[in-house]
Design a protein around this ligand. Structure first.
Ligand SMILES: NC(=O)c1ccc[n+]([C@@H]2O[C@H](COP(=O)([O-])OP(=O)(O)OC[C@H]3O[C@@H](n4cnc5c(N)ncnc54)[C@H](OP(=O)(O)O)[C@@H]3O)[C@@H](O)[C@H]2O)c1
Length: 351
């Protein structure tokens, strides 16, 4: 199969580095262009931020170009730009004919923009038809959720289908890499927990409802469960841990709930997409799992599986408690976007 050429917008950041790692031997996609802002004109290896491992030689020598359509030679683009930059830049790429698959929050809640977790709502990709018609674009924008939303919505989905969740209460313990590089100052986070992340709780709540919602007459009708979220930043490096309590309509049998999670598979697994893990959710039985340091890279595609543990009955037959962990930069960003692009390519949406 002829490989599609891809550009990474914002390639020098933490998410950008994970695209480079995940696309290194990708069977369908080949990196053709890397863009940035401060690093324009530098070789990628000189520009890359943080403690990045050495990139492959052909990537290391590539020059970082401005983030404008005229500098980009690609069949489609991944965007891992900061929100403010993405707000203007992503529509300019879509208008110029590029399909854009974005990790940024700027357009996630636009009515005609799909917000995708390929295992949960692959059918929402159809919104692209409305988007193109409304905006008169040859290209389009497809978004992926906030890194905290991904693990939560992926875990809620099979449970919601089985037990009809009425309410979910979640408290997050989010790794520092979730804030990009250099992120939270070390003196603020070392030996500490910060009990607030600006804007995060609302994002997690509204995005989850959009993802779990139904597409009816070209509009996503948000799911009707209630979600209450508390987001905290903790001194771990990668992997967001979340403590989840759910209240359901149907009574829950704990062993059955574990099977529902562990056996969950969906369209990406059926299609055997290159970045699809065999099991999107891994259930651990040990009382002290999941742990970010041990489990963040779980799965047959490392970092693409959510690890769930301490699954236990609540005080009532219709309540359940558990902890979940997902790699914020892989399942929560670059990996979910690559899987989304693979699905879009399977549906013939990428030029
Ligand atoms: N970190 C996570 O876990 C995570 C998870 C999900 C989604 N996201 C989202 O993904 C995006 C990137 O996150 P990150 O953690 O990789 O951030 P980051 O480490 O701060 O990297 C930002 C990147 O964007 C480029 N950039 C900054 N301003 C720009 C501008 N005005 N025009 C063009 N390029 C610009 C930078 O290039 P230069 O170096 O050349 O300036 C750099 O490559 C954000 O929208 C974030 O919210 C992050």
């Amino acid at each position: 199969m002829k490989q599609l050429k891809v550009a990474i917008l914002g390639a020098t950041g933490l998410v950008g580095q994970h695209y480079i790692k995940l696309l290194a031997r990708h069977p369908w996609f080949k990196i053709a262009t890397l863009t940035g802002k401060e690093s324009i004109g530098k070789k990628y290896v000189e520009a890359v931020r943080g403690e990045a491992p050495d990139p492959p030689k052909e990537i290391a020598e590539m020059e970082v170009v401005p983030t404008e359509p005229k500098y980009v030679d690609a069949d489609f683009v991944f965007s891992c730009l900061p929100t403010e930059a993405a707000r203007e830049v992503e529509p300019s790429f879509a208008k110029s004919g590029f399909p854009v698959v974005s990790d940024a929050s700027a357009h996630r809640m636009d009515e005609d923009v799909p917000l995708i977790i390929p295992e949960v709502n692959p059918g929402h990709l159809k919104l692209v038809e409305l988007q193109r018609k409304r905006r008169g674009w040859d290209g389009f924008i497809v978004t992926t959720p906030n890194c905290t939303t991904v693990g939560l919505a992926l875990t809620l989905y099979p449970l919601h289908k089985t037990y009809n969740i009425k309410k979910a209460v979640v408290t997050t313990m989010q790794a520092v890499s979730g804030a990009g590089y250099p992120g939270v100052p070390s003196l603020s986070i070392m030996g500490n927990v910060i009990p607030y992340i600006s804007g995060e709780e609302k994002k997690v709540e509204i995005e989850t409802l959009k993802i779990l919602g139904n597409l009816e007459n070209s509009i996503v009708k948000p799911a009707s469960l209630e979600i209450e979220t508390t987001c905290t930043r903790v001194p771990t490096i990668d992997g967001h841990l979340e403590s989840l309590h759910i209240e359901t309509e149907r009574p829950i049998n704990v062993d059955e709930a574990k099977s529902v999670l562990a056996e969950f598979a969906s369209v990406p697994q059926e299609l055997n997409l290159p970045t699809a893990p065999r099991r999107p959710i891994i259930v651990r039985e040990e009382q002290d799992r999941p742990q970010p340091r041990i489990d963040a890279d779980a799965g047959t595609v490392p970092g693409m599986s959510v690890t769930v543990g301490r699954v236990r009955q609540g005080k009532r037959p219709t309540t359940l408690n558990l902890l979940l962990l997902s790699h914020n930069l892989i399942r929560g960003a670059a990996g979910v976007a690559i899987l989304t692009a693979e699905l879009a390519h399977h549906y013939g949406m990428l030029r």
